[in-house]
Each structure stands twice: as structure tokens, then as C-alpha cells.
Design a protein around this ligand. Structure first.
Ligand code: ADP
Length: 542
């Protein structure tokens, strides 16, 4: 009867399904998988055989069978275990990043030493363009692992992680299962990029789906809604990246080990450009060293005046831009080789994009330089205060956030409490208005770390005593005039250095952070530790 059915189907032009089913059965016999998987597949294939090939249900069944056949059920790749080789590869791909590499190598050593052990999930945290993604790729290369990148930025539907049920039209496996399928083995390195950007809304909780993926107790039986069979993720090596841990859900954070990747100094950028980026871009544009070369001075200027970032991404883009222009020039046959120097840089990139806000020339009343930390690096910010006769109003302008406004208020209260010491009349604050302004109004600013800066500026304005122009400061203030510690010190010091500041006032409790900052940044800067507002004022005022 089967033979007859086959004949009839052939005559009806429906024999595709039959031959495809046979084809699938053949693939199934070669598939390395558990019994449960094989049985389920077999059932699906038989069901598919009975369907007419032009029916839409058959199309759904077909993709399902093909997806299952392509999943790496029991396929594994063999890891390289040579730690010295891994170290060589990490050093070859990246300049600097000593601490990060050290931590990663320890991690790899433990994995190789104790295969059964539970390894933590690493999360690289730092500003954009600092090499997080590319270091994860290097780890995959060092281990000889397949590499898949799953971009989580903006994922807010749980189904994107866990897959859609097959009853929906256009259902697909989730990103984790799809990543595994692309890797082709069950033990790839999976990069969860921008894990801090997942969000939750009415469509379910994405971060709890991720928790299940990352939990070593549960992930050997991860259920994707589309696949419907348990997937074993226990051999996947997960590495996550994030820009900041501030907004990350607590439970997710607890499951990971944070490795901080910080901004680069100008000198580090110079080395990265010389040793990696230029060669990379030259290769991309088919140029040789003879055809296009850069002088050190040109690179320094490129870094200083054409880019302003924590990482090296726009530096790489600028080098690419120069390569493009060079190719065009070479094609015009005007010249055989091009050397980029400080003087001809302008010809290729146009006028300078950034001029750094440098320290004021003279000491002024009511103007103090603060240091700020943003997700793309550090910056200096000038705080201006004016007092005028009025009726005790306080005005704050310059797009300040709530926290900043509050610390301005705290600063004023502190100054009022010590007004007597500075020979201010008792009713001074009732008869004067204070206006605090932070220029560059288009940039939103927030955070508590400008507290002592604002207090100093206010005091300078009300007493008429000038503030030293070569001093910058950062620190939170309490009502009683104590100075509290702040974050992002490395970036802030870098910014201060760039602005030609000589002396930086830093909270006493940040002293131990200074120990971790490289000499290159500290050279030429006088760091003064302060604990109280009195110390700040003693140092900042003439
Ligand atoms: P992130 O993931 O941190 O945003 P990427 O990994 O995409 O940054 O890095 C951007 C570019 O900069 C890549 O081309 C990378 O190779 C390069 N890069 C970053 N840091 C270094 C470094 N220390 N050495 C060499 N290249 C680097």
C-alpha cells in the first residue's frame, strides 16, 4: 500500500515530501544526539511525510525539522589548553589592558586545571570602544573555540531569549538557541553583548530568562519554546559586556564576576594606534607600509585634536578616513607614497575638532573648575557663581540634574553655617541672590561629585576672594562640610591633566584608588587629599 501511495503521490506531483522525508531520516541516522531528541525528530519526520507538500503546515514542520537537525546536540570541539599560548595570543591582539588579561588568564588556567569545576561568568564593564568585544574574541581564538556574539541591546521581549512557541506564524528559536545553532558545537564561547541594555516590559521579564541561561544549576536543561527539547548550555563559555553596572538587575549582577576595563590614556592610544589600528586599516584598504605611513607627532595630534573618547573607536575611524583619502590620491598617480605628518594632517581631516578647555590664565572670583565623569570618559567643567543684591533667591542653570541641585543646596547651607567666620553680615544671604551656572548648557549634568566645587565657588563669590586657576577638585559634600569619596577617578585625572591643571583636590577616602592609577597619569599632577571643606578652601583660595 505504501508503494501504491508513493505512486499516487508522484502522479499528483506531491512526492517532494516523501523524498525529503527520506532525506531527513538519513540525516537523522547520522545525527549525534540523545535518544529523546532522535525519537522526537523521527515522529516529526513521519508526520511530515503524510502532509501534502504545498500545505503551509508542511512548511512549518519542514523548518522545525531542519532546525533540530542543525542543532549541535552532542557535537563538541576540543579546547586548547596551553596557557602560555593563550597569553601570547591575548598579548598579540591587544596592547595594554594588563589587569584584564591577567584576570582572564587566571580564569583560563583554572578552567584547564579543573575541568569539572564551576567557572564564573565574566562580565567586562567599561566605556565603549575600549576593546571589550574584541578581547572576548581573542579568548575564543586562544581557546580554539567557536565564537558567537549575541547582541542584547534593546532586547525587551522574553521570546527573543527563549523563542516563540511553534503555534505562532513565523515562530523562531530564541537568540540563545539560534546562537548555538550558528556555532555548530555545544561548547562555543558566547558573547552576551551589552547585557546592561536588556529591559523588561509587559512582554515578560528578559532578565529572568537570562538568569536561567546563566545559572549553572539550571542551564543544562534550558528550554527554548520553539525547540521544545531541553538544550544543554552547561558547556557554553559565557562572557558578557556592559557599559555600566549601575542599572543592571541585582540578581543578574550577582551571578557574574565583574572585570573593569577603563579608559585609555593618550599614550596608550598612541601605542594601540601604532601597533594595531594602523595595520588593521591599511590591510582593509589594501595599502602597504611604504604607501602610507604616519609620524608619531601626527598621531599625537590626531588623538588630541580630532578625537575625544574613552576608547579608540573614533580614532580607528579617523585612520580609516585617512586611508580612503590616501587610496584616492595614489590612484590619481600623483605620488607613490604618502606620509602623514603633523602639518599635512589638516589636509586629510579638515580643521581640528576639539580644543581642550584649558585652565584659566588668572585667578578669578566665583569661578572654580570641577571634574566630571561621563560614560565616555572624563571632562572638566567650570562652575560660575555670581551674587547680586536681591532677596535671598538661589538660581541654578546649565541643565543640572536633581542630585546636582541638591548638592548645590547643601553647599549653600554649609556656607551659611560658617558665614560668621568669613565676616559676612548676618543678613547677607537675605539681601543677596545667588546664581550658579555651569556652562555648556546643552549637556545634561548630574551626580554628587561637584559638591565641593560648587561650595568653593559660592564662598569665593560671596567673600570676593579669588580661587587659584590651576586647581581642580572633585568630591561630594555633606551639610557639615565633610568631603565624601567619588568614582571615576582615573578618567577625571586624565581630564585634569589634559586641561593643564597642576593641583587636584581628591577626597581622602579615595587615597587607595590613587595607588592603582598609573604613574603616566599622575606625573606632573599634585594630588591633595582633603577630608573637610576647610582643607579645600585653604588649598583653593589665595
Ligand atoms: P567595545 O566592545 O569595548 O565597545 P571593541 O572591542 O569593539 O570595543 O573595540 C573597538 C576597536 O578598538 C576594535 O577594533 C579593537 O580591536 C580596538 N581596540 C580596543 N582596545 C584595544 C587594545 N588595547 N589593543 C588593540 N586594539 C584595541
Amino acid at each position: 500500500m505504501r508503494e501504491q501511495m508513493k505512486l499516487i503521490r508522484r502522479e499528483l506531483g506531491e512526492d517532494d515530501a516523501v523524498s525529503d522525508a527520506d532525506h531527513y531520516l538519513e540525516s537523522l541516522s547520522k545525527l549525534k544526539a540523545d535518544k529523546e531528541v532522535k525519537e522526537k525528530l523521527k515522529k516529526e519526520i513521519e508526520r511530515f511525510r503524510t502532509m501534502a507538500s504545498n500545505n503551509s503546515e508542511a512548511a512549518v514542520a519542514r523548518t522545525y525539522i531542519e532546525t533540530l537537525l542543525e542543532m549541535p546536540w552532542n557535537k563538541v570541539s576540543k579546547d586548547k589548553k596551553d596557557i602560555n599560548e593563550a597569553e601570547r595570543i591575548l598579548n598579540e591582539d591587544h596592547y595594554g589592558l594588563e589587569k584584564v588579561k591577567e584576570r582572564i588568564l587566571e580564569f583560563l588556567a583554572v578552567r584547564a586545571w579543573n575541568e569539572k569545576g564551576d567557572s564564573p561568568i565574566l562580565c567586562l564593564v567599561g566605556p565603549p570602544g575600549t576593546g571589550k568585544t574584541s578581547i572576548a574574541k581573542s579568548v575564543a581564538r586562544a581557546l580554539g573555540k567557536e565564537y558567537v556574539r549575541i547582541s542584547l541591546g534593546g532586547v525587551r521581549d522574553e521570546a527573543e531569549i527563549r523563542g516563540h512557541r511553534r503555534t505562532y506564524v513565523g515562530a523562531m528559536p530564541g537568540r540563545i538557541a539560534a546562537g548555538l545553532k550558528n556555532a555548530g558545537v555545544k561548547n562555543p564561547l558566547m558573547l552576551l553583548d551589552e547585557i546592561d541594555k536588556v529591559s523588561s516590559d509587559y512582554k515578560g521579564d528578559t532578565s529572568s530568562a537570562l538568569l536561567e541561561v546563566l545559572d549553572s544549576e539550571q542551564n543544562s536543561k534550558f528550554r527554548d519554546h520553539y525547540i521544545e527539547l531541553p538544550l544543554d548550555l552547561s558547556q557554553v563559555l559565557f562572557i558578557a559586556t556592559a557599559n555600566s553596572v549601575q542599572d543592571m538587575p541585582r540578581p543578574l549582577l550577582d551571578r557574574m564576576e565583574i572585570i573593569e576595563v577603563t579608559s585609555y590614556t593618550e599614550n596608550e592610544k598612541l601605542h594601540i594606534a601604532k601597533e594595531h589600528l594602523i595595520e588593521k586599516q591599511r590591510k582593509k584598504h589594501g595599502l602597504t607600509k611604504k604607501q602610507l605611513s604616519f609620524s608619531d607627532k601626527a598621531l599625537e595630534k590626531l588623538i588630541h585634536s580630532y578625537t575625544r573618547e574613552a576608547g579608540v573607536r573614533s580614532l580607528e575611524r579617523k585612520i580609516g578616513e585617512i586611508c580612503r583619502k590616501a587610496v584616492r590620491e595614489l590612484m590619481k598617480k600623483k605620488t607613490e607614497s604618502i606620509k602623514i605628518t603633523e602639518s599635512n594632517l589638516k589636509k586629510y581631516l579638515g580643521k581640528e575638532l576639539y580644543v581642550f578647555d584649558v585652565a584659566n590664565e588668572t585667578d578669578e572670583v566665583g569661578i572654580v573648575r570641577g571634574l566630571a565623569w561621563t560614560s565616555v570618559g572624563g571632562d572638566t567643567l567650570q562652575i560660575e557663581v555670581n551674587v547680586m543684591p536681591g532677596k535671598g533667591d538661589v538660581k541654578l542653570t546649565g541643565k543640572l540634574g536633581d542630585v546636582m541641585k541638591e548638592s548645590a543646596q547643601a553647599g549653600i547651607s554649609y556656607i551659611r553655617s560658617v558665614a560668621e567666620k568669613y565676616q559676612l553680615a548676618e543678613d547677607y544671604f537675605e539681601k543677596h541672590d545667588i546664581h550658579i551656572h555651569i556652562p555648556e548648557g546643552a549637556v545634561p549634568k548630574d551626580g554628587p561629585s561637584a559638591g565641593i566645587t560648587m561650595a568653593t565657588a559660592i564662598l569665593s563669590a560671596v567673600t570676593g576672594k579669588p580661587v587659584r586657576a590651576d586647581v581642580a577638585m572633585t568630591g561630594e559634600i555633606t551639610l557639615r562640610g565633610r568631603v565624601l569619596p567619588i568614582g571615576g577617578l582615573k578618567e577625571k585625572l586624565l581630564a585634569a591633566k589634559m586641561a593643564n591643571i597642576k593641583t587636584v583636590l581628591v577626597p581622602e577616602r579615595n587615597r587607595r584608588d590613587i595607588a592603582e592609577i598609573s604613574q603616566e597619569i599622575l606625573r606632573g599632577l599634585e594630588i591633595v587629599y582633603v577630608d573637610t571643606m576647610e582643607q579645600v578652601l585653604a588649598k583653593a583660595m589665595r
